[in-house]
Design a protein around this ligand. Structure first.
Ligand code: ADP
Ligand code: MG
Length: 223
């Protein structure tokens, strides 16, 4: 099977001169369609840095990182933006817009897709129903619980059927029950859509969903 993400000899550092610090060293990795990969590691080990590099949210400094057959290193801004729009992101804090309803937040993810307003609306509603929020689509984030907000964020990440979903500690702010729901949903939808999911966590309550577990320490991946 052809990987959706291929990383070769990737290094990343922050800071300049004496303050320069390597945070990722010699990362090699391939992720395939339909797999859910957990990335665990202590705080500060480089998980978010790796995820933001894979998400084309940060420039690649050294090494090769290909997503969906496109090299990110040296890629022009326009290409990065285009790639970013093909990735579903789920962050620790849901990052929903408070001034929009749940449905409108989900529809945002379809903005760049050539769809009619009606089609956008119906897809958003279908996705909110899939995450169990069909009855809440008209509500604003401040009327929803933490777990519900995170489910809206999942709906938003998946509504455009991305080939890659990157989730950075999506359960960190949730109680164990909602955390488990959220992860089960990501898993179920990912399988339906046959996308690659990379899920960063140090929530050991959810480790059992991993089909593959990667561990990172001091910027190095350990098998
Ligand atoms: P994790 O997500 O595993 O907690 P991060 O990838 O956020 O780790 O951070 C890895 C290291 O890089 C940490 O030491 C952190 O302080 C540092 N770091 C992260 N982002 C920046 C930045 N924008 N500028 C400087 N240092 C950073
Ligand atoms: Mg982090």
């Amino acid at each position: 099977m052809h990987p959706t993400v291929t990383i070769n000899n990737l290094n990343h550092a922050f800071g300049k001169g004496n303050l320069r610090r390597t945070v990722l060293s010699d990362i090699n990795l391939a992720l395939y369609p339909g797999e859910i990969v957990l990335l665990t590691g202590p705080s500060g080990s480089g998980k978010t840095t790796l995820l933001t590099l894979m998400g084309a949210l940060r420039s690649v400094q050294d090494g090769s990182l290909q997503i969906l057959d496109q090299e990110l290193r040296g890629a022009k801004k326009r290409r990065l933006v285009k790639l970013r729009n093909q990735i579903g992101f789920i962050f620790q804090s849901h990052n929903l817009l408070d001034c929009l309803t749940a449905a409108e937040n989900v529809e945002m993810a379809l903005k760049l897709h050539k769809l009619s307003q009606r089609e956008r609306r119906s897809r958003s509603h279908a996705m909110l129903s899939a995450v169990g929020l069909g009855e809440h689509s008209h509500k604003h984030p401040d009327q929803l619980s933490g777990g519900q907000k995170q489910r809206v964020a999942i709906a938003r990440a998946l509504v455009a059927e991305p080939k890659i979903v990157l989730a950075d500690e999506p359960t960190a702010s949730l109680d164990s029950h909602s955390g488990r729901d959220v992860v089960n949903l990501i898993q179920q939808l990912a399988h339906q859509q046959h996308c690659t999911v990379l899920l960063v966590t140090h929530d050991n309550r959810i480790l059992d969903i991993a089909e593959r577990n990667l561990h990172i320490e001091d910027g190095k991946l350990c098998a």
